[in-house]
Every structure is written in structure tokens, then in C-alpha cells.
Design a protein around this ligand. Structure first.
Ligand code: NDP
Ligand code: 1BO
Length: 322
């Protein structure tokens, strides 16, 4: 359920209430592949765009730049308590003894005392220095229960407000729910009209796990060009909105928070102007009917070794659920 929480530049900013009791702003800034331009993007988003949610990860290599952006936004008058900062535990840190040091390194890079949301980035453990694609021995056993206990301890120690996962399947979430003392409040998954992933969305809703939709515009180089999709373009023209806005709004109307990435100041500001209009039902259903459903982020190049395993195919990674 979305709630209007505060106003920025005359527009309502909605948020979703999480199982943890905290609220996640409905639109956040994605920062993957933002590199040295991340600082400027974060300042534009927070100070000019009215964003309050920034999504990053250790693996993106941009946490220092993001920390600088947050600092500048706070000098401009924003308070830490008004911001929602998400980061993710990378696959090389996916063993119980590496969870806390992983978080501490992230906090240090971001120059923050706590995170609002910490996510397991992928449910596969990698050896330090693993190749792409992985060689034999690069993908290691993942002690999900041990790692989750340590994630829970980060909440108990007030280093993290809310914990969650990314790139899970129903099978893996069921396993986690079997031993979790703190239920994951958020599951971050690829979702856009070219990969609706209704199965995961329904499973999460049934279990009151909030979904954040990543790659909402179809992602970047090598992704799916939804911006120029005929249906998206037709609806955008009809509603007098941009294709980017239609794609973000589609995610919100499905009950997910959405984290579009942009380095372009105009597009950053455009992507969050989505709170005072709706996609009519007929157009929403047309977006729900786009064919050729396919993941962009299938994980193949990072985790699949076709001859040595343990994951010999993309279907193995996703527990043969697609
Ligand atoms: P997005 O779907 O957000 O698309 C980003 C691309 O769209 C960029 O090339 C951007 O270019 C362009 N763009 C942005 N706004 C517009 C617009 N209004 N009109 C036209 N083009 C636009 O891709 P991402 O894959 O980056 O996903 C978003 C975020 O989700 C990531 O940055 C990351 O934070 C998170 N993520 C999480 C993953 C996980 O495993 N948990 C996996 C992948 C992503 P430009 O910058 O030039 O505007
Ligand atoms: C490998 C990282 C993908 C973006 O989250």
C-alpha cells in the first residue's frame, strides 16, 4: 500500500511501509555504472529532484562518490533521517564472518553511521578474484542461514534498519523463510514490462515482502530498449508523459518501489514526476501484455560454468522457475 508522505517541489512523494516498520520511498535513484559522475547525480536527485532514496552496492565501486553526494546534499539542508540509503553485500562476502566487515567497509565508503536497507546482492557465493565467466572452484557453497543470522545481527546492533535480498527465487525465499527470525522486508528483483516476473511479485505480496523493481527502464548497454517500445511510446504520447515516466509509473501501479538510473539531470528530474497522474486501466493492461518476456540480468556471465558447475545454465541459477 503506497502512502503519501512528504512533498517536494509541489509533488507528493509516496512511500511503502515495510515489515520492519520503516518506510521506503517509492522512487529511488539507481547508481549502477554511474562511476565518477555518481556524486553529481546524487546531488541533482536529492537537492533538485526531490528524491530521498539512493540505491547503491559495494560492487558498483561508486560508494565513495555517492557518500560525497549525500554529504553535499546534507550541507544543502537535508537531514540524514529524511534519506533512505540502500546498499548490498557482494558475493565474495557471502559467508557469516564476512558480513559485518562487508557492511563496515560500505559504511566507511559512504561516510554513514547506518544504512536504511542492506540487501544480499545475489544468492551465490564467489571466491575472491573469481573470473567472468567463473572458472572451476570460483562459485562456492553459500551458507544462507549463517549469513542471514549475521544480517539479522546488523539490525539488532542498529547498523542497518532493514534487511532484504535480491535476485532470489520462490525456492530460495521459502528456504530463507524457514529459518529467518527477521523476515526479509524487501526483495529487489528485475521487473519492467519486458520481464514482469509475476510469479515472484505474487509470492512476495502473499508474504508481505515489499518488492523493489530494478532495471525499470530495461537497463543499460545490452539491455532491452523499452524506451522505444511501440506500446510504451503510444501510451506516453497519449498521456503526454515520457516513456521513462510511463515505465516508472507502471512499476508503482504494480505496488513496487522503482529505482531508475540516470546521469542526465533532466532525466533524473523527469523520472520522479510520477505522483499526480495514473496510467488508465486499459493502458496498464496493454503494458502487462508486452510479449517476449525475458530477463536482462540473468546472471550467466557471473555465475554459470557450463562444464564445471555448480550452475551449468541460467535455468539452474533461477531454480528452473521461469
Ligand atoms: P535502468 O532500467 O534504470 O535504465 C538506465 C538507462 O536508461 C541508462 O542508460 C539511462 O541513461 C537511461 N535513462 C534513464 N532515464 C531515462 C529516461 N527518462 N528516458 C530515456 N532513457 C533514460 O537500468 P539499471 O540496470 O541501471 O537499473 C536501475 C538500478 O537498479 C541500477 O542502477 C541499480 O541501482 C539497480 N540494479 C540492481 C540490481 C541487483 O542485482 N540488485 C541489478 C541491476 C540494477 P542516462 O544515464 O544517460 O540517463
Ligand atoms: C553485477 C551487479 C549488477 C547490478 O546490480
Amino acid at each position: 500500500m503506497a502512502h503519501a508522505t512528504f512533498t517536494s517541489e509541489g509533488q507528493n512523494m509516496e512511500s511503502f511501509r515495510l515489515l520492519s516498520g520503516h518506510k521506503i520511498p517509492a522512487v529511488g535513484l539507481g547508481t549502477w555504472r554511474s562511476g565518477s559522475q555518481a556524486t553529481h547525480a546524487v546531488v541533482t536527485a536529492l537537492v533538485e529532484g526531490g528524491y530521498r532514496h539512493i540505491d547503491t552496492a559495494w560492487e558498483y565501486g561508486d560508494q565513495r562518490e555517492i557518500g560525497q553526494g549525500i554529504k553535499r546534499a546534507m550541507h544543502a539542508g537535508l537531514e540524514r533521517r529524511d534519506l533512505f540509503v540502500t546498499s548490498k553485500l557482494w558475493c565474495t562476502e557471502l559467508s557469516p564472518e564476512r558480513v559485518r566487515p562487508g557492511l563496515q567497509n560500505t559504511l566507511k565508503e559512504l561516510q554513514l553511521e547506518y544504512l536504511d536497507l542492506y540487501l544480499i546482492h545475489w544468492p551465490f557465493r564467489l571466491r575472491e578474484g573469481a573470473s567472468k565467466p567463473p572458472k572451476a572452484g570460483d562459485v562456492l557453497d553459500f551458507d544462507m542461514e549463517g549469513v542471514w543470522r549475521e544480517m539479522e545481527n546488523l539490525v539488532k546492533d542498529n547498523l542497518v534498519r532493514t534487511i532484504g535480498v535480491c535476485n532470489f527465487t520462490v525456492t530460495k525465499l521459502n528456504k530463507l523463510l524457514g529459518f529467518a527470525e527477521l523476515i526479509p522486508s524487501v526483495c529487489q528483483m528485475e521487473m519492467h514490462p519486458g520481464w514482469r516476473n509475476d510469479t515472484m511479485l505474487e509470492f512476495c505480496k502473499k508474504n508481505e515482502i515489499h518488492v523493489t523493481a530494478y532495471s525499470p527502464l530495461g537497463s543499460q548497454e545490452g539491455g532491452r530498449d523499452l524506451i522505444h517500445d511501440q506500446t510504451v511510446d503510444r501510451i506516453a504520447k497519449k498521456l503526454n508523459k515520457t516513456p521513462g515516466q510511463v515505465l516508472v509509473k507502471w512499476g508503482l501501479q504494480r505496488g513496487t518501489s522503482v529505482i531508475p538510473k540516470s546521469l542526465n539531470p533532466e532525466r533524473i528530474k523527469e523520472n520522479i514526476k510520477v505522483f499526480d497522474w495514473v496510467i488508465p486501466e486499459q493502458d496498464f493492461q496493454a503494458l502487462n501484455s508486452i510479449t517476449d518476456q525475458k530477463r536482462v540480468m540473468d546472471g550467466e556471465d557471473i555465475f554459470v560454468n557450463k562444464t564445471e558447475g555448480p550452475f551449468r545454465s541460467v535455468a539452474d541459477l533461477w531454480d528452473h522457475e521461469d
